[in-house]
Design a protein around this ligand. Structure first.
Ligand code: ADP
Ligand code: DAR
Length: 342
């Protein structure tokens, strides 16, 4: 059984009881992915927040005594709970922000993670399967016309000029994440990884990073409805070609259990300089509206200039439409609080 030093806070260390270890330690899922592989990341990096990755859709059921506890602890989602997906942007209540509030919001981004039903997850795919996934997804992306029309940049084959431009655009994901490496998600890096973006740079797809697809819609300003509409249409078009791994209990299936369900993070970059000075109130509103406060340079970054990344905190048990609404309602409450601060 892995050893966790005193003070380890990961969900892995909290959920892996001796009884569950005895139940699961020699199990494999139907692709041969072992339970020991699933817990490798958090066993090696005890500072992990969660520390667990699935090898396939089947992992969540083959290792159920363990994953049921992880999923209930993180999402509050019980083994018999259902998840209803909905990317229905027509049902969104999002009237335009008035001018004084609109100017507080620098940009909007909504992303979902998706994996293909016909393959295991990135933690377990073979090099050939990863190649098939890239070919299938890129064939769907190259069919896009109109606003979504764009170009795929293979990480292994892009020119230095293309790499420089993608880095300048903050589009380029980089390898070298120790958590992903320890989970087997960076094997044969950078082979069959890449980035697609449309000509307007408002629609982006990461291929074969932490998940097989990260579908991203983003633009300057506060038009959240336009961003969600673009994402919903694009995801629907891709799925016509490549079915996504999904079920009625866990929703969309992802490598990391924290992203199960919608695998959606809907965020705005918003100026809240006064609220920054009242952390108690800032955190209280975030808790009340189930929104997460991040820095603007990605997961685990901080803010010091008063611009924050505000996004939905929940992933599983509510639909994509409901989570975008969570973010909108939270942002409105934070704007009111910012205005009320002296
Ligand atoms: P994730 O990709 O899991 O949603 P990150 O917080 O790592 O989470 O964001 C990835 C990248 O997207 C970062 O470079 C971040 O700056 C950028 N980003 C996230 N939200 C926005 C936003 N609303 N506007 C502009 N860029 C954003
Ligand atoms: N480092 C892992 C990731 C947790 C959630 N973030 C993801 N999936 N990008 C951890 O367990 O801390």
């Amino acid at each position: 059984m892995p050893y966790f030093p005193t003070g380890t806070k990961s969900l892995l260390s909290k959920c892996l009881t001796p009884k569950i270890w005895e139940q699961c330690k020699d199990r494999r899922d139907k692709h041969g992915f072992t339970f020991r592989q699933a817990i490798m990341s958090g066993s090696k990096y005890v500072e992990s927040g969660v520390g667990v990755y699935a090898g396939s859709h089947d992992s969540y059921y083959a290792f159920a005594p363990f994953f049921d506890k992880i999923i209930e602890a993180y999402h509050g989602h019980k083994p018999n709970d259902k998840h209803i997906s909905s990317m229905d942007y027509n049902a969104l209540k999002c009237p335009p922000f008035p001018p004084d509030e609109d100017k507080m919001i620098n940009s909007t981004r909504i992303r979902v993670a998706r994996n293909l039903a016909a393959f295991p997850l990135g933690t377990c795919v073979t090099r050939d399967e990863r190649n098939q996934i890239e070919s299938l997804v890129v064939s769907a992306l190259n069919e896009f016309e109109g606003e979504l029309k764009g170009k795929y940049y293979s990480l292994a084959k892009m020119t230095e000029a293309e790499k420089k431009q993608l880095i300048n655009d903050h589009f380029l994901f980089k390898g070298g994440d120790k958590y992903l490496q320890s989970a087997g998600l960076e094997r044969e890096w950078p082979a069959n990884r890449g980035i697609f973006h449309n000509d307007a740079k408002t629609f982006l797809v990461w291929v074969n990073e932490e998940d097989q697809l990260r579908i991203i819609s983003m633009q300057k300003g506060a038009d959240i409805l336009a961003v969600f509409t673009r994402l919903s249409i694009a995801a629907g078009e891709i799925e016509k070609v490549a079915k996504f791994a999904h079920d009625e209990h866990l929703g969309y299936i992802t490598s990391c259990p924290t992203n199960l369900g919608t695998a959606m993070r809907a965020s705005v970059h918003i100026k809240l300089p006064k609220l920054m000075k009242n952390k108690t109130k800032f955190d209280a509103i975030a808790d009340e509206y189930y929104v997460q406060i991040r820095g603007i340079h990605g997961e685990h970054t901080e803010t010091d200039d008063g611009v924050f990344d505000i996004s939905n905190r929940r992933r599983l048990g509510r639909s994509e439409k409901q989570l975008v609404q969570d973010m909108i309602d939270g942002v409105k409450a934070l704007i009111e609080a910012e205005k009320a601060e002296q």
